[in-house]
Design a protein. Sequence first.
Length: 301
Amino acid sequence: MGTTDSHLERGTTAVFEEERGRLLSLATRMLGTRADAEDAVQEAWLRLQRQDPGAIDNVRGWLTTVVSRICLDVLRARKNRPETSYGDADAPLRLHVTDDAPTPEDDAVLADAVGAAMTVVLDTLLPAERLALVLHDVFAVPYAEVARILDRSSDATKMLASRARRKVRGAAPAVAERRRQREVVDAFLAAARSGDFEALLRVLHPDVTWRIETARGVIVKEGVDAVVDKARRGVSHVEAVAHPVRVDGEAGIVVWRPSGRPVSVMACTVAEGRIVAMRSVTDPERLAAVDLPGSPTARGH
């Protein structure tokens, strides 16, 4: 009996390892960040270890169900958490940071239109809508199985996915605007690094403000001349590595030392093709407390 149990355990472990990549992709689409997705998949692994292997008929289906329900719980908890509004130049950053760089995994898992739009509308979909859309449209999970995960009827699940699909289609203008914002922020970074004064003037609004949260307090730069001076002195570290991110919903940058230590996180408010406000955090304690994407050491640099 002990030999059989050991064989079953090895079998479930092998299936989990085979499914890990798919589960991680599913959780990333659901939760929006790689770190949260890894936590969800790890929790599923721990739950699998507590199960009697012989009691699970379909390990792949069991794992899909468990990861989906873990993600659903996380999304519902987020919806119940009070949030501050975006775009207030005088408000401190909450430092909700997610990757804003395309990855091969994104291309493999999602059709371009659905993937880009879903990223934008992630926080507007209800948790059940998001799960129904991701599982059925992206991972081809049958409605009957999605309905079982959601504990709803198949018809109700189809309606959830249809409603989410309409929201995704309606997000096309937001997708285009997000890309334009990214282009403006990338142009700002390139100009700051090269010290190109004229290029900086083209991407910064004349009345731009820059709010910097440091370990010693808040510094505010007002007007394009002050911001340009600060940018040319502070962003052009030749040894630094910049990574594109979304910060509190806005296009931004994480700046890293080659050693893997974060230097700053910056969010930029873009309007009509120019940056009108910038908010950044350089306080090492705050940065150390946040899961930041794009570390050079994590990428093997």
